[in-house]
Design a protein around this ligand. Sequence first.
Ligand SMILES: C[S@@+](CC[C@H](N)C(=O)[O-])C[C@H]1O[C@@H](n2cnc3c(N)ncnc32)[C@H](O)[C@@H]1O
Length: 191
Amino acid sequence: MKLKEIVFNAESKKSAANYQKMLKWLDSPKRYKYNNPSNLVEKAGILKGQKVLEIGCGSGFFTAEIAKVTGNLGEVIATDIHPLAVKETAQKVEALKIEHVTVACEDAHSTSFADDSFDVIVLYGVVPSPVISLRQLSVELSRILKPNGICAIWTAVPFWRPVEMLKQGRFTQMKRQYPVFKLQKINHEER
Ligand SMILES: C[S@@+](CC[C@H](N)C(=O)[O-])C[C@H]1O[C@@H](n2cnc3c(N)ncnc32)[C@H](O)[C@@H]1O
């Protein structure tokens, strides 16, 4: 069995229990101090009214902040590969009565979204990961971003750089809003 199948096996009670523990940890009150969601989301440079895709929403730690920035003229689609994350984020969004957020189960390597769909993609706390291929991710994210769309990446892993994503020639690196990396999609005609 591949690592991805073990980690995301929603049928296995043991992996579901471990995953639930991770969700609890991701949403612990202490984390709000050292990964302040409002500061980190601000650095993605999202504008009011934009259409934003959040990948790997987990417990929904960043989702409400993203929704606050787009405002209700915008739209947020929060996604995760794991049904427990989708359930938890959906409950949070419902409890907060945020109507412009949709939560969906999607594998970021191959999503159901149309080409050129999003202004911004938020990839916070998701990479690097042994279950994610940055090469595949870069192809898919550039496909679903609008021309000049932005992929904002934040990781807690020190010294990580989006080298693999830049290598594919689909993104150019913008000025870093420390600690957030911002990659801009290179338009097809400019490639
Ligand atoms: C460490 S958690 C971070 C969650 C959230 N972004 C946060 O920082 O609180 C990483 C999340 O990415 C999700 N994930 C991993 N691989 C994924 C994939 N291929 N597609 C979508 N989500 C994925 C996991 O299920 C998990 O919820």
